[in-house]
Ligand binder design. Structure first.
Ligand SMILES: NC(=O)c1ccc[n+]([C@@H]2O[C@H](COP(=O)([O-])OP(=O)(O)OC[C@H]3O[C@@H](n4cnc5c(N)ncnc54)[C@H](OP(=O)(O)O)[C@@H]3O)[C@@H](O)[C@H]2O)c1
Length: 221
């Protein structure tokens, strides 16, 4: 499957790109500039070897050629980035990792930022009306994703309104070693999922680590 990482040059996007490349998926790292995307691709190739299933593109071109999009930009860049790929994202799946953290307005990353639109993923769905938006990757840290020789000890809580899109997302995300996907229900559940991120950031800071994650137990999946 061809996957575009929109804003894939930061820690979260790069980590997701690495994991999907390792899983044998075709990955396009997107950026506002082709030069930055190319630098990111070179970085991944240095880490993994000369992978063929990886390329660089500007965000809009990356979105046009992929079937599944992953959004990994800061909250402040969410709306402008989505508007720039709105046409290309039509009828596709978008996995939204955007974290509504108070750091977006100069506060602490350990605090959640209430948005007018509800969850960040709900805001994405309002902007991209013809795209199947799924809240995903909020609970997995970039450090864990970038630690590519190790499995990830964390569940990936997802939510979304289109059942088939969630099945596609689940089979993709579970290609990452150690990751178990938990479907939390409709997109409106994203408000809860996204609140776990500042909690984990706070736990990481308190425990001087970057690998804090979450496991849901007792479900007979
Ligand atoms: N880092 C984590 O551990 C983690 C965990 C869970 C969720 N998340 C969420 O994932 C998202 C990405 O996190 P990150 O740490 O990777 O972020 P980041 O490094 O700050 O930014 C990622 C990329 O977004 C693009 N970007 C930055 N500012 C922009 C702007 N004003 N307009 C348009 N594009 C802009 C940049 O790409 P170009 O300059 O190449 O265009 C940048 O490399 C955030 O919403 C975060 O809350 C992160």
């Amino acid at each position: 499957m061809k996957i575009a990482i929109i804003g894939g040059t930061g820690g979260q996007g790069l980590g997701i790109a690495i994991r999907f490349v390792q899983a044998g998926e075709n990955v396009v790292i997107g950026s506002r500039t082709i030069e930055k995307a190319q630098t990111a691709v070179e970085k991944v190739k240095d880490m993994l070897g000369n992978e063929r299933n990886l390329k660089a593109a500007e965000n809009v071109d990356a979105a046009a050629e992929a079937e599944v999009l992953v959004l990994t930009v800061p909250l402040a860049a969410q709306k402008s980035t989505l508007l720039s790929i709105k046409e290309e994202a039509k009828n596709k799946i978008l996995l939204d990792a955007t974290g509504p953290l108070e750091s977006a307005i100069g506060g602490s990353p350990m605090n959640y930022l209430d948005l007018w639109d509800g969850a960040a993923a709900e805001r994405s769905a309002k902007i991209l009306k013809d795209t199947n938006v799924i809240c995903a990757f909020n609970n997995i840290s970039s450090a864990a994703l970038m630690n590519f020789n190790e499995p990830i000890d964390c569940d990936c809580l997802i939510s979304g309104d289109d059942v088939d899109s969630k099945l596609v997302a689940t089979s993709l995300i579970e290609k990452i070693p150690g990751v178990n996907v938990i479907d939390c229900g409709p997109l409106s559940r994203a408000k809860i999922i996204e609140k776990i991120t500042p909690l984990l950031i706070g736990l990481n800071i308190r425990n001087k680590t970057q690998f804090g994650g979450i496991r849901i137990t007792g479900l007979d999946k």
